[in-house]
Write a protein that binds this ligand. Structure first.
Ligand SMILES: Cc1cc2nc3c(=O)[nH]c(=O)nc-3n(C[C@H](O)[C@H](O)[C@H](O)COP(=O)(O)OP(=O)(O)OC[C@H]3O[C@@H](n4cnc5c(N)ncnc54)[C@H](O)[C@@H]3O)c2cc1C
Length: 436
């Protein structure tokens, strides 16, 4: 039995089916739309994708997997009875259970947050709602400092909405990007007519007959608008697990086999806080790739396997203000409560960053930044030109000793890209087995 048909739930169903050709697999999902690409929602908003392109599976794909799919919300897990209680009061028995309920956008708690015109971007219905509200001549305020907020800004701008972007601090995504990178993004937004309000917090959403009529800022200013888009982080959906007595921290605590404290209940994806035997810490990833990997391993273990999930190096390819950006390993520092989820990476690792040296090189708007540790590259960020993305992912994830080029990398004006490219080529060659 699988609760949730997102990236983790579907990957679990696939791997379960591989291991068990005939067993009954139930897939329960609270969302009518079932399985679709959540990362694709940003492109749906801008109009670069149409709705049908968000669905990776056809009915035939599902039929081939032989799943019993139900549009149903699970309200309670009754572990002692091995039973689920659904929203309509009916019950379903299970042998083994995967909780893959994902995470939901954090609520702001602001006065007026339930008014017509206040939106978030969590699911396909949210995206449809936004598209039904946007019209030329509309004015929107976007709040939040990470990727989803930016996706909202870009979606609204693409639809001709006059967009004000409120940043609580003096620059965009300060705990991941450095100042130059923040300014690159901000300038690109400004070029598209976005008005950025720095050091600005929203305290009140103003009401006119049940709809948004404006916002009030902390310093008492009033800005008239008809939409407010909020993306201030995500929270794992742990309620079901918590109420059924499972151990919960920020997410559902699971061991390296994705198993909760109960032998036959597993958790994976955005809802799971996974024990990493190498660091001894429990981590939430909030990314599509890890959600799929975890789901896949949970599925194998539900079918009787004993496969360990080991956390890969953080790797996130995204688009910021139209600029393809890859974030590998540890690139930021500091931590902002609001941004834990928005960072969609492991902000805790960044917080514990050892002293490291940032070497950087600009190529027009393209940019490469490395975080150099004592011997290896701890992280990298590439904006624009992605040629070195794969090379850097390898070097960071294998913790390759870069001592031979370390000094050269640190020279003022060093040609970092070239040094890395050459070093990587040599490294790849050195790994090819030599035949007699
Ligand atoms: C706008 C947006 C952009 C993103 N962009 C990127 C990106 O560029 N790169 C990246 O790596 N990641 C991105 N992500 C994150 C990525 O989508 C998630 O990490 C991933 O979807 C997590 O998968 P999941 O299966 O854990 O959860 P989800 O995909 O959230 O699926 C959980 C499912 O469980 C269902 N559910 C919840 N509670 C119940 C219940 N009680 N009963 C039944 N069903 C229930 C939900 O309805 C949902 O369908 C983005 C997310 C969003 C929202």
């Amino acid at each position: 039995m699988i609760i949730g048909s997102g990236a983790a739930g579907i990957a679990a169903a696939e791997s379960l089916r591989k291991k068990d050709a005939t067993g009954e697999i139930y897939l329960l999902c609270a969302e009518r739309d079932g399985y679709y690409s959540r990362p694709g929602l940003a492109y749906y908003l801008t109009g670069e994708l149409i709705e049908s392109q968000l669905f990776p599976f056809s009915d035939r794909d599902f039929d081939e997997l032989g799943l019993r799919r139900y549009h149903a919300r699970v309200d309670r897990i009754l572990p002692e009875e091995h039973m689920l209680e659904l929203h309509d009061g009916s019950h379903l028995p299970y042998d083994r259970l995967l909780i893959a309920t994902g995470a939901a956008a954090a609520r702001s708690g602001l006065p007026g947050e339930d008014l017509q015109g206040v939106v978030k971007l969590d699911n396909l219905d949210d995206a449809r709602r936004i598209l039904s509200l946007v019209r030329r001549g509309r004015v929107a305020v976007v709040v939040g400092g990470g990727i989803t907020a930016l996706e909202l800004v870009e979606g609204l701008v693409a639809k001709g909405v006059k967009t004000h972007y409120f940043l609580r601090r003096d620059r965009y995504w300060h705990n991941v990007l450095d100042e130059t990178e923040s300014r690159i993004i901000e300038n690109r937004l400004k070029e598209h007519g976005v008005e950025i309000h720095y050091n600005t917090s929203l305290v009140d959403i103003l009401d006119h007959k049940g709809s948004v009529s404006g916002v009030r800022t902390e310093d008492g200013r009033i800005l008239r608008c008809n939409m407010v888009a909020i993306a201030i982080g995500i929270r794992p959906r742990v309620k079901l697990a918590y109420e059924s007595g499972l151990e919960v921290d920020r997410g559902i605590l699971v061991d390296e086999y994705l198993r909760t404290g109960l032998e036959d209940i597993f958790a994976a994806g955005d809802v799971a806080q996974v024990y990493d035997p190498f660091t001894g810490r429990s981590i939430i990833d909030s990314l599509w790739g890890p959600a799929r990997d975890q789901g896949s391993i949970a599925g194998m273990n539900m079918a009787g396997g004993r496969v360990v999930y080991s956390k890969p190096i953080a790797f996130n390819v995204t688009r910021l203000a139209g600029l393809t950006t890859t974030i590998i390993g540890k690139v930021g520092q500091g931590k902002d409560e609001d941004l834990i989820g928005i960072a969609r990476g492991d902000s805790e690792i960044w917080r514990q960053l050892p002293d490291s040296i940032a070497a950087q090189q600009d190529f027009d708007v393209n940019r490469l930044r490395l975080m150099l540790g004592e011997k290896s590259i701890l992280g990298a960020i590439l904006m624009g030109d992605q040629t070195l993305s794969h090379a850097l992912q390898s070097l960071v994830s294998h913790q390759v000793d870069v001592t031979p080029i370390r000094e050269a990398l640190l020279q003022p004006g060093a040609s970092i890209a070239e040094l890395i490219a050459d070093f990587w080529t040599q490294w790849v060659k050195s790994r090819v087995p030599k035949h007699a």
